[in-house]
Write a protein that binds this ligand. Sequence first.
Ligand SMILES: [Zn+2]
Length: 414
Amino acid sequence: MSVLTHKDSCRICDGTKLSKVLSLGPTPLANAFLESQEARAAEMYYPLDAYLCRDCGLLQLLDVVSPEVLFKDYVYVSSTSPAFVAHFRDFAEKAFERFSLNRESLVVDIGSNDGILLTPFKRKGVRVLGVEPDETIARMARRGGIDTITEFWGPDVAQRVAKRYGCADLITATNVFAHIDDIHAVLRGVKTLLKPEGVFVIEVPYLADFLKKNLFDTVYHEHLSYFSLAALQAFFTRTRMTIIDVEQVPTHGGSLRVFAARKGSRHFVHARVGKLMMREEKQRLRDGKTFERYNLRILLNRAKLLSLLSGLKRRGKRIAGYGAPAKGNTLLNFFSVGRELLDYIVDDSPFKQGKHTPGKRIPVVSSEVLKRNPPDYLLILAWNFAEPIMKKNEAFRKKGGRFIIPVPTPRIII
Ligand SMILES: [Zn+2]
């Protein structure tokens, strides 16, 4: 497979009526942090454009960077975030009751990371299996007592798992589905492994929140699809599955948790599904005009943030960033916020400290630097963790430091 492939049909429905509704321009990979500021090798830039399918309503990237390149240096450890730990613990509690799981049941998590979702199921005595492509992270999960195989999920792996462990009562894929190009292959695997009355649960960032909260920065090459419930309905209908329930959850700026079962299963369809479909109709999520207005809001936000930051600089203020997530790099690159505005970026991940952000090449440092050499303002790039970040840095605020949050509109928190 070549490094970059351009698709000309929709990932869900094969439709070819695709309109480019968001163009962020050529952009380096959001997780390709550089070892040094003057990294000798030229950085690779790839198109970063989002297209809307006029048939099923899926918002998607059509320029697909090969996973070998994309995930080469990818290190993301879920359990470092207490909010996510609580999120999955609650999910496990509810799913355990609702689907009457017991010691015989099997829960399989696709893209299981360090076992964050499976750990609470295991504590309840349920049999669990993680499927995780990254060996380093899989090893962490095993050390934590979660049986994990190192594989890219697909129909063949599903068959092997079914043979060895039996079929699954519950299969989950949280924050995975949006990152995979061939979601039909993922589902073929799910259907191979799922019991006749089993349930498949996915969590994906929600298009309605994306538009409402002006979240262009969650667009990066790893993140291929931006789902509405209508698009997911189209997908599951084509694969002879039925969406039986949907919930809106707060992760990643607003996500959908969708429950699907085989067509013709005993599960009844919850009224929430129809209600949300109707709300989406009213929100006109597949209307070109909705995206035109959204684009204007993004450009306005760019002007606002740049004028806010450069105004502070003119008054002699020092500014740093907080958090170096993938979305932070989309924002820095598209808004063109570089070292002339941000002195450094604080991030708690030791994997990123000492490196430089892709594109803008801003140094990433530990919170020690923030204590030793504090700026006047901190731009929170990891805005989905704004509350815990501000709490953790109460001392900075007490000394007169101020926080800036970039979404849904840039503002200083007083
Ligand atoms: Zn489509």
